[in-house]
Each structure stands twice: as structure tokens, then as C-alpha cells.
Design a protein around this ligand. Structure first.
Ligand code: FES
Ligand code: FE2
Length: 366
């Protein structure tokens, strides 16, 4: 085989700039993948609910009387008014338009004058439900009723997370940092998924959190698993108790295709990324920070600020510059650096992402 046959090139610019491709993703990938909805602590008690937007749809999660967490499209089955907004607690879901009301499991219970309609059967009418999975308290939804369960998409991740964060089932969010970026969602996800750029662009992360020379990223089903060692203790930018458990000194992250990542900093500090694609060149990244029982923690607050002011800020500049560059008539997709040994200076994780990105669009456009 000629040497050039082995070269893998980056995705064409149109994947990041063409509204037709974005539409294809919105009508396909976004509807058929597991997407983060919120945290179980937001619906701790029966009747508690929160609404959210996904792929142009308004949805809500609610805990029913049997303590089951459900997800529904946020639309009334009468004449389509939105049912709920924001978050709150209620024993019934009542539509603000004509006051039809539904029980917490989505069944129509009552509506003014509906009994006057000959043959009207309330039991025929139920809100449209959406698949929801509780992944250690993190709620994910999939608008595809036939979707394979998360453990098939992301093999091993549930058990690994429980090892790395022994207290994961007691966590609650204390902070969500919202980061708008003027770029296509895939650029932000790709930038997250390689550390080839870290030493040059993230001095604090590279010298005060992890040892870049030990960084590696490997596919695990549709998860990209990041592993590295933490920085020498005397250089860490925050204190950690290495004796707390077996993984106290490790950094690891689990990126769940296409738009979520669990990230564990040394000291078993769980934080998350999730992305919402708003348009072909607009994405919002949310950084979630969690503590046991949601306890106040100066260390975590400081870490969130440090992260926002360093890694996040540094990444915004990179991805926004790339978005501009992809609009340049002078750009031709360059070769990826695929080191057969893997490691921090290799872009094999980008090759995996690009193949998933191509496949998602091809499925929709064919
Ligand atoms: S649209 Fe909801 S009650 Fe009429
Ligand atoms: Fe980065």
C-alpha cells in the first residue's frame, strides 16, 4: 500500500458550516442518541418536575407517585399547548389553555366538560413518553423508542464510574457554568476529545492537574475513555487525599457520544460537560460540578472558577478560530496525526469521532 493510502484526512469543512448537515443531525443523530436531561436530585420527590429543550423539542422529566422518573414531550394532547415551564412540584399536570389535567404517569384524568362528549374515553389519552435512563443519578433521554440501552452504547462505563467515584449515587449538583461558543458543536466536542493541543494551550491543566505525557484516549463502544496520571502532589493546584481510595490519584473521563462527558479530577471530583447544539455555528457547553449531598465546598467552587478562567477560556479561543478557518476558501482538510502507539500526541480519538460523525449524517441523507 502506498504511504498516502494510510493518511486519514479531517472532515470536510461543510460538516461544520452547512445548515443542511446540521438539519440532518437534528433530524437524525440528536433524536436517536442518549442526551443528558438533568440530575435525579431535581426530581427527588413525587410530583417534582423540570423542563428542558432538546433537538428543537420541549420535554419534561417528572417523578410519579410510584417514585418512577418519567419523561414526556411537553405538549398537551388536546390542542397542543405547552404543559409545563421551568421546574416545580405538582400533584397533577394541568394544561394552562383549557385545564385538561394529567396524572404524573401521563394519563388524562379530567377536563372541563369532556364527559359531555359521547364516546369520549379518557383512558385513550396519554402524554407521549420518552425513553429515560438513570445512570448513577444522571438522567439521559433518547427520543428513539427503539434505541439500544446505554450499557450497550457505552460498555463498562457504569461500573467504572462507580469505582472512580465511590460516592457517585449521593452526588448533587452545586454549580452549572454555561459557556456559549460561536462554533459548530462538533468542533467543541473534538477539541474536548484530544489533548494534542494541551501542553501548548492549557498551562494550568497541564502543570497543575494532569501529566500530559501520560494522557491517552481510547474508544470503548461509543465512549471515548480518557486516562492520565495526576500531577505530582506538590504541583497540584488543589489538595487531595491520596489514601481515600484506590482511584484518588487518578484523572479519567468518559465522553459519551455525542454530547456528554463524565470527568473525574484527582481526588474523586466528579464534574461534567454537556453540549446543546443550537445552530450550525452555535453551541452551549455546560460544566456541572457535584459534591456529596450538594454540600458547599470551597475547593470545588475554586476549581470551577479556575477551570472557567483557564481551560474553558483557552478552548473558546481555539474552537472559535477554527470555525472561522473552516469558512476560509483556502482551507483543505489536513491529515490527522495517527500515531500507531496512541498517546497524547495522537489524534486517533478524532478519527473515531469523525467516523461516527460521517456515519450519522450519511444515515440521514441516504
Ligand atoms: S390545549 Fe391543553 S387543554 Fe386545551
Ligand atoms: Fe482544550
Amino acid at each position: 500500500m502506498a504511504q498516502t493510502d494510510k493518511i486519514v484526512h479531517a472532515l470536510d469543512a461543510r460538516y461544520y458550516t452547512d445548515p443542511v448537515i446540521f438539519k440532518a443531525e437534528q433530524n437524525g443523530l440528536f433524536l436517536r442518541s442518549w442526551q443528558f436531561a438533568g440530575h435525579a436530585s431535581q426530581v427527588e420527590k413525587p410530583g417534582m418536575y423540570f423542563t428542558f429543550e432538546l433537538a428543537g423539542e420541549s420535554l419534561f422529566c417528572v417523578k410519579d407517585r410510584d417514585e418512577e422518573i418519567r419523561c414526556f414531550y411537553n405538549v398537551c394532547m388536546h390542542r397542543a399547548h405547552e404543559l409545563l415551564s421551568g421546574s416545580g412540584r405538582s400533584s397533577l399536570i394541568t394544561c394552562p389553555y383549557h385545564a385538561w389535567s394529567y396524572s404524573l404517569d401521563g394519563q388524562l384524568k379530567a377536563g372541563p366538560n369532556i364527559d359531555s362528549v359521547p364516546g369520549f374515553d379518557k383512558s385513550d389519552i396519554c402524554l407521549t413518553s420518552v425513553r429515560v435512563e438513570n445512570f448513577h443519578g444522571f438522567l439521559f433521554v433518547n427520543l428513539d423508542p427503539e434505541a439500544a440501552p446505554m450499557d450497550e452504547w457505552f460498555p463498562g462505563v457504569r461500573a467504572e464510574l462507580a469505582d472512580f467515584v465511590p460516592h457517585i449515587d449521593r452526588l448533587k449538583p452545586i454549580e452549572f457554568v454555561e459557556i456559549p461558543e460561536t462554533c459548530n458543536w462538533k468542533l467543541s466536542v473534538e477539541n474536548y476529545s484530544e489533548c494534542y493541543h494541551c501542553s501548548l494551550n492549557h498551562p494550568t491543566f497541564s502543570t497543575g492537574v494532569v501529566k500530559p505525557e501520560t494522557y491517552d484516549i481510547q474508544p470503548q463502544g461509543h465512549c471515548l475513555r480518557h486516562t492520565t496520571e495526576c500531577q505530582n502532589l506538590d504541583q497540584m493546584s488543589y489538595p487531595i487525599d491520596m489514601d481515600a481510595n484506590a482511584f484518588a490519584g487518578d484523572y479519567s473521563s468518559w465522553f459519551l457520544w455525542p454530547m456528554f462527558s463524565f470527568q473525574v479530577y484527582p481526588g474523586n471530583v466528579l464534574n461534567t460537560y454537556h453540549w446543546r447544539a443550537l445552530d450550525v455555528d452555535k453551541v452551549v457547553v455546560y460544566r456541572g460540578w457535584y459534591t456529596i449531598d450538594g454540600a458547599e465546598s470551597e475547593t470545588i467552587r475554586n476549581l470551577a472558577v479556575q477551570d472557567r478562567q483557564t481551560t474553558v477560556e483557552e478552548d473558546i479561543r481555539l474552537v472559535e478560530s477554527v470555525q472561522k478557518g473552516l469558512n476560509s476558501r483556502g482551507y483543505r482538510p489536513g491529515p490527522l496525526v495517527l500515531d500507531p502507539k496512541g498517546g497524547v500526541a495522537s489524534e486517533h480519538s478524532i478519527a473515531a469521532l469523525h467516523s461516527w460523525m460521517r456515519e450519522a449524517v450519511a444515515k440521514q441523507i441516504d
